[in-house]
Design a protein around this ligand. Structure first.
Ligand code: ADP
Ligand code: MG
Ligand code: ZN
Length: 559
């Protein structure tokens, strides 16, 4: 049967998606293959279709145990004999499948990588004619990536135990050079046919917001935008997942949690409830989503920034697989950046790896700060050619945000770094700019530098934001030391000498405080500014002031 006929007959499609035809042809001609296609790009078909054409059996190695049943069921529905072997099977069921496999009943057998080394499986493959080994989510083999599975490292050994070397095809949505090289090397692909297809997802609207009150923003956004549509909200920690679900439920949203700390039964149930529209919103850590094919996810919101563009794009890409308009919102806050940096610092890593992780993180920070088209920023990361300056489907292209001139603020910050001889970190610089009377500043004599107190009317977050902006624009360099130091760069002087202007979008500088009398509270609530709390405190302060005329001091913790 030819591939076009098989495409129509089994899968019901008239045409291939980008890259599929090339990969399918290569594989049936006997070549190893490496398919790099975005989430929703149609990777499964690239091994399922050859499987029906090739003689013998195709083994599909996949880490997605919870999805194997669905995948196998849908194959069986379209008349392709398939089964799976993983730890969820009862012994009897397992043995009956083994019998069927020995009797050549199946064209496709899904296995979890952990099964490859078991005696039973090794015994079983002696009876099978395996023509193709397809490795799905192949980036799981790389320790550099975000989904490393040690059992993937056993794959090459498994392939070598086979009597004749099968065709080996690997698939992933991960496109960074380091990881792609590692996949090829570790899986030992032989002169593979490579297909890297377009990473652009024109139906996705990208948006970055910087807000001091994420929760309120989120509630407004959900109330005003999606009616009953489904969506995913990603959070950095299990704790945030739990608390956000509670808040959403309180406000009447049908939201359920998903994270690695929950039992696997309830996790599976919540996943199903989301997929089958019994719950509208799933709030999850990055444990959720790999391989999930829910076509009508209308929004993916990142309540916290993930660790790099790779992770962001994979997660955001779970929106709009059906090609309909969908939104990807990233909520940026400097404290998330700090947290990601702490995570990197607290892992004992080689210098090289640490530098790479910083670099990858920095790209996503730059994405949050850029004034250019967000889509282009993403596509550049994946090495694609940029066709237009503007995509007209991202917040930077469409929003009527006012550009605010922050040249003066930038000059103040840069000259402060210069005046303290480029020897201090971000927190000290902020203290100097604000004219802090803390012991540390006085002891270091920093109250004597000429820039002391020149930004006393700004709150810490605003200064920090502007500094981060300057970092992302390359006007400040942060050293990769244990205690990172702010230094000037080659281009800093163009700002200092008034040769260029620095702009930022309105919503950033909004936070700038002038003579606002609520300021004393905002300063305290540095990281998670909570409006409810803020109003309560204002009341409290009024009461106390009337009673005794004394100020109230309250210490806040992050979260
Ligand atoms: P990936 O694994 O790359 O994320 P999938 O293999 O799950 O993507 O496919 C994503 C969606 O695209 C599925 O719903 C699939 O049925 C659909 N699809 C795959 N190939 C084609 C095609 N040639 N034409 C139309 N739809 C396709
Ligand atoms: Mg897939
Ligand atoms: Zn754009």
């Amino acid at each position: 049967m030819n591939i076009y006929k098989a495409l129509k007959m089994y899968f019901g499609y008239d045409e291939f998606k980008k890259g599929q035809e090339k990969l399918v042809n290569g594989i049936i001609e006997g070549r190893d293959a490496l398919g790099i296609m975005p989430t929703g790009g149609g990777k499964s078909l690239c091994y399922q279709l050859p499987a029906v054409i090739l003689e013998g059996v195709t083994i599909v190695i996949s880490p997605l145990i919870s999805l194997m049943k669905d995948q196998v069921d849908s194959l069986n529905e379209i008349g392709i004999e398939a089964t799976y072997i993983n730890s969820t099977l009862e012994y009897d069921e397992f043995m009956s499948r083994v019998d069927d496999i020995r009797r050549d009943k199946y064209k496709i057998v899904y296995v979890a990588p952990e099964r490859l080394n078991t005696g039973l499986f090794e015994n079983l493959i002696k009876y099978m004619k395996i023509s193709l080994v397809a490795i799905d989510e192949a980036h799981c083999i790389s320790q550099w990536g975000h989904d490393f599975r040690p059992s993937y490292l056993e794959i090459p050994r498994f392939i070598k135990t086979l009597n004749t070397r099968p065709i080996v095809a690997a698939f992933t949505a991960t496109a960074t050079k380091e990881i792609v090289e590692e996949i090829k090397r570790l899986i030992e692909l032989k002169n593979p046919l490579e297909a890297i297809t377009g990473f652009d997802r024109p139906n996705l609207y990208y948006q970055v917001v910087k807000t001091s009150n994420k929760l309120n923003y989120l509630l407004d956004y959900l109330n005003n935008n999606f009616e009953d549509d489904s969506g995913i909200i990603y959070c950095a920690t299990r704790k945030t997942v739990e608390s956000l679900v509670r808040r959403l439920n309180d406000k009447g949203f049908s939201a359920i949690p998903y994270h690695g700390g929950m039992g696997s039964n309830i996790r599976q149930k919540n996943q199903d409830d989301f997929i089958f529209n019994k719950a509208r919103i799933i709030v999850a850590t990055n444990a959720f989503g790999m391989g999930i094919d829910k076509p009508d996810v209308r929004f993916v919101i990142h309540y916290n920034m993930p660790k790099n563009m790779e992770a962001y794009y994979q997660e955001a890409g779970r929106a709009g697989r059906d090609g309909e308009k969908s939104e990807c919102l990233l909520m940026y806050s400097p404290s998330d950046v700090v947290k990601q940096k702490l995570i990197i610092q607290n892992n004992e890593l080689t210098e090289e790896r640490e530098r790479l992780l910083y670099k990858n993180l920095q790209y996503l920070i730059d994405y949050c700060h850029t004034n250019d088209c967000l889509r282009n920023c993403i596509l550049k990361y994946f090495g694609e050619d940029i066709k237009n300056n503007k995509c007209n489907n991202c917040s930077n292209c469409l929003d009527e945000t006012e550009m605010v001139d922050i040249t003066v603020e930038s000059q103040k910050i840069l000259s402060c770094i210069y005046r303290v001889n480029e020897r201090y970190g971000i927190n000290t610089i902020i203290l100097v700019l604000k004219g802090s009377k803390s012991k540390k500043i006085l002891e270091l004599g920093l109250n004597k530098v000429s820039t002391y107190g020149i930004m006393e009317n700004y709150n810490n977050d605003s200064i920090k934001e502007i500094i981060m902006h300057l970092v992302s624009m390359g006007y400040i360099y942060i050293t990769a030391d244990k205690f990172p130091i702010l230094k000037l760069t080659q281009t800093s002087k163009t700002v200092l000498k008034n040769q260029v202007k620095v702009y930022h979008k309105r919503n950033l500088v909004e936070q700038r405080s002038t003579s606002n009398k609520d300021d004393w509270i905002k300063k305290e609530i540095n990281i998670h500014f909570d409006k409810e709390l803020f109003n309560r405190l204002k009341e409290l302060r009024k009461e106390k002031a009337q009673e005794k005329n004394v100020p109230v001091f309250i210490i806040f913790h992050d979260k």
